[in-house]
Design a protein around this ligand. Sequence first.
Ligand code: FE2
Length: 317
Amino acid sequence: MLDGLRAMLEDDGYAVSCTTDLTSAMARLQREAFDLVVTDLYLGETQLGSHLAEVAAMVRPRPPVIVLTGRPSFGGAQEALRRQVADIVVKPVDANLLLATCDRVIQETLLARRNSELETANRVLSSVLPRTIEMKDPTTSGHAERVVGYADRLARHCGVNDEDRTSLRLAALLHDIGKIGIPDSILTKPGPLTPDEMEIVKRHPAMGYEVLASLEGQDNVRNWVVQHHERWDGKGYPYGLAGEEVALPGRILVLAEVYDALAEERSYKPAWSVTKICALFRDQAGRQFDPELAHLVADGLERQGKRFFAQEAGSLF
Ligand SMILES: [Fe+2]
């Protein structure tokens, strides 16, 4: 049977390593990297399959295990095994079924590994980068993460689609990344900035756009980052875009960013009350802010206080 399996798998393009002995199978598993383990469930009275599955579970990267059994109705054992093995194939083995199962299990494992790598990359992006910005500008601790929550809450309220919401969360997280290019002496200067220093600070949205140039397929993220200091009346920077020249998610980001700056205590000012924030939003409706958005937020804050921006816990991405 082993010879038959080897021939079947090799014909299909697999490189196969065989053994009939549990001890050597376990040793090989720990020594070599396998993409897949195919094993009989029983060798005599020994539960070969479950032993191997246990060993495989400790190997990194963990190879998936397919178990062959002639006793599929052996209920309890089968169910227990299902928790550890990728799949079970019933003997006598149907060649096409086994090959299809091998192929599927390998693909699923590769996909799971790729997803886990992407998750790690996302965790790096969503935790390391905001900390990097904060190290440059320690006055804004936790600012980026809070702006993500506020912007997303508003976006959902305004019916922004899922794809744009994902881009907006990323833009909110990275909106001040361009501050990396501003000298520390200016960013951490106590007291007011000179007009020349102010001009340098105003370069940070465009620098953010440059920093994110290598993010492929994320034009919206870059656009909303570069636009986060634009104003509805066109008096913002860097381009002086007005009204709907900035797309809705970008206008939401502007508002969310200012809300956090007002609602939190900064070295140069205490946290503003809801009443004071609402007064500013109404006053700046149609000037700094999209008027509809500004009134929507002011209405919400007056109704619910700061709970208006409360976000249920969940992953950012
Ligand atoms: Fe900024």
